[in-house]
Design a protein around this ligand. Structure first.
Ligand code: NAP
Length: 300
């Protein structure tokens, strides 16, 4: 029996682990992949208050070590369902069933696909969702990045350090990304913006040899030779396993406000997996603290 089980070892989940452990409660963090969540693949973080500059890997590792050092336990098992038995909650993984008194769902979000033909087939053969992980394979080659948010612009900046040419393909001519980064990218000589355009096809049989983009206004098609396509068109939640238990909104996010309470007593949610307007590292960490303190207060 654990006091609190946290589903997900990203920024929100690990922060919840820190706050639960520091409240003197036992915390089990269940993670299906690796600790760190999305931020572990971010090359550089410079908007976390108090830390001027840090890599995503270093940040996530620090968070993990802090949570474990304070007594939170991390196990690598995928949660497949949660049962609400009133004061007791049962968290089922493929391997085990765990009992606890409160659950925090902190499942984050997964990469959204672009939805072009052969996208899945070519993952690892030119298509990637992680510039930090795969960028080194494209040293001195031309690549394209699809998207206009912070991830796409940061990925393009990172890739422009190594690649001969980086095409940024975005469906609008305005960016969600921070202006400072967009301006920095615009100043790079080996970067070309392909705006108001969508990637509609990948060229090449067994590996990416180019992309075809369609101009949204003219309908004109353009073929661009690239060895890699980095897709950074946002995230979507991964909460289907809990849809019979907690309320999800129409796009699959767990419904909760800033208090991180779900519609089920004793079940909380934190971070990018919940309904919210700002999904940032800071808000994920804040959610972890809020959810954990609420869970610990309920237990007491
Ligand atoms: P995002 O902000 O949701 O941006 C997704 C981008 O992809 C948007 O430009 C969007 O275009 C485009 N897009 C979405 N679906 C598309 C489709 N089907 N076809 C073509 N383009 C599509 O996602 P993100 O960049 O991954 O960032 C997610 C969150 O993490 C954001 O809150 C972001 O600020 C945060 N983040 C922060 C940092 C940091 O602080 N260092 C780093 C990375 C991410 P439209 O603009 O036209 O909708």
């Amino acid at each position: 029996m654990f006091d609190v089980i946290i589903v997900g070892a990203g920024t929100a989940g690990l922060s919840a682990g820190i706050y639960t452990a520091r409240s003197g409660k036992s915390a089990l963090i269940l993670e299906s992949k690796a600790y760190g969540g999305q931020i572990i693949n971010t090359p550089e973080i410079e908007n976390y208050p108090g830390i001027k500059n840090i890599s995503g890997f270093e940040f996530a590792t620090g968070l993990y070590e802090q949570a474990v050092g304070l007594g939170a336990e991390v196990r690598y098992e995928k949660v497949i369902s949660i049962e609400d038995e009133g004061e007791i909650k049962v968290v089922n993984t493929a391997e085990n069933s765990y009992e606890c008194r409160a659950v925090i769902i902190a499942t984050g979000a997964k990469n959204r696909q672009l939805g072009i033909p052969r996208e899945e087939d070519l993952i690892g053969s030119g298509i990637s969702y992680c510039a930090t992980c795969d960028g080194a394979f494209y040293r001195n080659k031309a690549v394209a990045v699809a998207g206009g948010g912070n991830t796409a612009i940061e990925d393009a900046l990172f890739l422009s350090n190594y690649c001969s040419k980086v095409y940024v393909v975005h469906r609008r001519d305005a960016f969600r990304a921070d202006l400072k980064d967009v301006e920095q990218l615009k100043s790079r000589e080996n970067v070309e913006f392909v705006l108001n355009a969508n990637v509609v096809a990948v060229l090449g049989e067994d590996k990416v040899e180019g992309i075809e983009v369609k101009d949204k206004n003219s309908g004109e098609l353009r073929q661009i030779p690239v060895a890699g396509l980095f897709i950074a068109v946002g995230q979507e939640p991964d909460n289907q396993a809990f849809s019979n238990l907690v309320a999800l909104d129409s796009t699959g996010y767990v419904v909760a406000k800033e208090d991180c309470l779900t519609n089920v007593k004793g079940i909380y949610t934190a971070g990018d997996c919940r309904t919210k307007s700002v999904r940032q590292l800071t808000t994920a960490a804040a959610d972890g603290a809020v959810a954990a303190l609420a869970a610990c207060e309920r237990i007491m």
